[in-house]
Design a protein around this ligand. Structure first.
Ligand SMILES: Nc1ncnc2c1ncn2[C@@H]1O[C@H](COP(=O)(O)OP(=O)(O)OP(=O)(O)O)[C@@H](O)[C@H]1O
Ligand SMILES: [Mg+2]
Length: 528
């Protein structure tokens, strides 16, 4: 089954063999007494947390205890996160013997201490370590106490003959003003404590890629040359196809061909694949290219789709209230641009433009040719879609060529184009809206005059009436010299084997035709 709300493990987890192997090697070095540190980098939602959780789940060695903590899960900026981390290390080291989670009862110190007395492993700890554990709930959050929190995992591991992997997610946050310190002041304390540890390996991860990379690769950083880098990116084609096919619920198969089309449309980001797979298989099978168009429209190219809302959130986080930042994003989304071109597009001096681009951080990347682009191509599509005239983007991404040219023609007249789900579009390929007017479009690639079977024609007439839409037929003539003809169904005539729609049915001015027709269109009739 597709899973989109939580990090994934076990059967919901796909791919990432190389990344798992890299953590495995870090675990081997830890067991050999030479722990090394690992930094997992990757964009938002690419699967950093899932990777660490899945490794912990697969971990065959009971001698390794995992301590996983998200720096942002408590009160941001508070050293409390290290107390939590220490409590989690105690919980892990005592392997459940107290019968409850010590972290959970740490706010009730009496209960906490009573629970510890039930643990045989606790009883084996040296007096000093016992004392540190007993005091954990009451300690303050200042410098000396921080030392205790930081060293506790190593003390526990040594006393119990185990090893630990401590994984801190969203680590880059600790480089800010944390625990009342100035930015970056906390880091040297972490480094000097961790360096002394022989039985604990540290894994850090986060989505602020350039910040984290700086932190572990810049010479002036306290972490310089201490970490190996593990970069997580989107899935490759074959793994993406595998996820879609294997993730599909029983009885709701996704064909290989469709899975390939999904990859072509949204790329290999596992979160996007899961969202699309989930939506696609919501309805009963079979799933066709048409289902994909509907799903993509609903998920990404609508104001309420889950991926659209996710991107809206990212967008607001990136640009805040700055109209300039938003203009820069739009400028590089429509096509890759040089600095001068971006500056020109947003009407700002190039010095200011450089700063805007910097403020957009990892969201914008500079190619080898010096042109700027949005890093995430699916996000790029969404940015283009919400810009003026962007409603043709869905047709460009997955429409055939005929739909594309028709959509572009209508967009120039100020129509918004959408793919509707089958139930709400009937026989039509596209819905074009302009103000209160709704126009169903039947796209046909053929030469003129266009021919229709009677039943086919009758279906369109009935659907238009049921939906209360105006409708027209868009003919796209085959190459060479592809032309678009927008034809009025009222011009239909009997033909040799059915009906024909000749070139003379062409609508001169679609906008006034729509206005005219709209005033005379029968409102929805009740089915007779
Ligand atoms: N290996 C995977 N196999 C299948 N789906 C995955 C995998 N990794 C991630 N996903 C999908 O992506 C979603 C996000 O995963 P996860 O929370 O692990 O990412 P993250 O990089 O830690 O995100 P964040 O930036 O929010 O911390 C999951 O809910 C799942 O839908
Ligand atoms: Mg995460």
């Amino acid at each position: 089954m597709f899973q989109t709300s939580l990090p994934v493990t076990s059967r919901a987890f796909f791919d990432r063999e190389q990344a798992l192997e890299m953590i495995r090697r870090a675990a081997d070095r830890l067991r050999a007494g030479a722990p090394s540190w690992l930094c997992i980098l990757g964009p938002r939602k690419v699967g950093k947390t899932s990777l660490v959780l899945e490794f912990a789940r697969r971990n065959p060695d009971p001698g390794i205890v995992f301590v996983l903590i998200d720096v942002l899960e408590g009160v941001p900026g508070s050293l409390e996160v290290f107390r939590r981390c220490a409590l989690r290390a105690v919980d892990g080291a005592l392997v459940g013997e107290p019968g409850i989670s010590l972290e959970a009862v740490s706010r009730r110190p009496r209960e906490y201490r009573r629970a510890l007395q039930r643990s045989a492993r606790f009883a084996k700890l040296p007096a000093e370590v016992q004392e540190n554990v007993l005091d954990l709930p009451d300690r303050r959050l200042d410098v000396e106490d921080l030392e205790v929190y930081l060293h506790l995992p190593e003390q526990l591991a040594e006393a119990l003959g185990i090893t630990m992997i401590v994984a801190l997610d969203e680590f880059q946050e600790l480089a800010g003003a944390w625990g009342g310190r100035k930015p970056r002041e906390l880091l040297p304390a972490l480094r000097s404590a961790w360096q002394k540890h022989k039985r604990v390996a540290y894994v850090i991860s986060g989505s602020a890629k350039s910040m984290l990379t700086d932190l572990v690769t810049r010479e002036h950083s306290p972490f310089f040359q201490h970490f190996s880098l593990l970069e997580l990116g989107p899935f490759e084609r074959k793994d993406a196809v595998h996820l879609l096919r294997k993730g599909a619920p029983p009885g709701r198969p996704i064909s290989r061909q469709l899975a390939e089309q999904v990859f072509d449309a949204v790329g290999g980001h596992p979160f996007y694949l899961q969202l699309l797979g989930e939506l696609l298989t919501n309805d009963a099978p079979p799933y066709t290219e048409r289902s994909l168009k509907d799903a993509l429209q609903e998920l990404l190219f609508s104001s309420t789709g889950r991926l659209a809302l996710y991107f809206q959130n990212e967008f607001e986080r990136l640009v805040g209230h700055s109209a300039y930042l938003s203009a820069v994003l739009e400028a590089v989304a429509t096509d890759r641009k040089t600095l001068t071109e971006v500056a020109h597009a947003i009407g700002a001096p190039s010095g200011a433009t450089v700063r805007y681009l910097q403020r957009l951080g990892d969201a914008v990347v500079k190619g080898e040719d010096g042109r700027y682009d949005i890093a995430d191509q699916t996000f790029r599509l969404w940015v283009c879609w919400r810009a003026p005239g962007g409603t043709v983007i869905p047709m460009k991404v997955i429409g055939d060529e005929a739909e594309q040219v028709v959509a572009e023609r209508l967009a120039l007249m100020g129509f918004d184009l959408v793919y509707q789900s089958r139930a709400s579009r009937g026989a039509f390929d596209l819905l074009a809206t302009r103000g209160a007017n709704q126009l169903g479009i039947q796209v046909k690639r053929t030469s003129l005059p266009a021919r229709f079977r009677k039943a086919e024609w009758g279906r369109m007439v009935a659907e238009a009436r049921r939906l209360g839409w105006l409708w027209l037929v868009a003919i796209v003539t085959p190459p060479p010299g592809t032309e678009v003809h927008l034809l009025d169904p009222a011009g239909v005539r009997p033909g040799p084997r059915g009906l024909i729609l000749p070139e003379t049915a062409a609508i001169e001015n679609v906008l006034s035709w729509v206005d005219q027709k709209a005033s005379g269109i029968p409102r929805r009739r009740r089915p007779s």
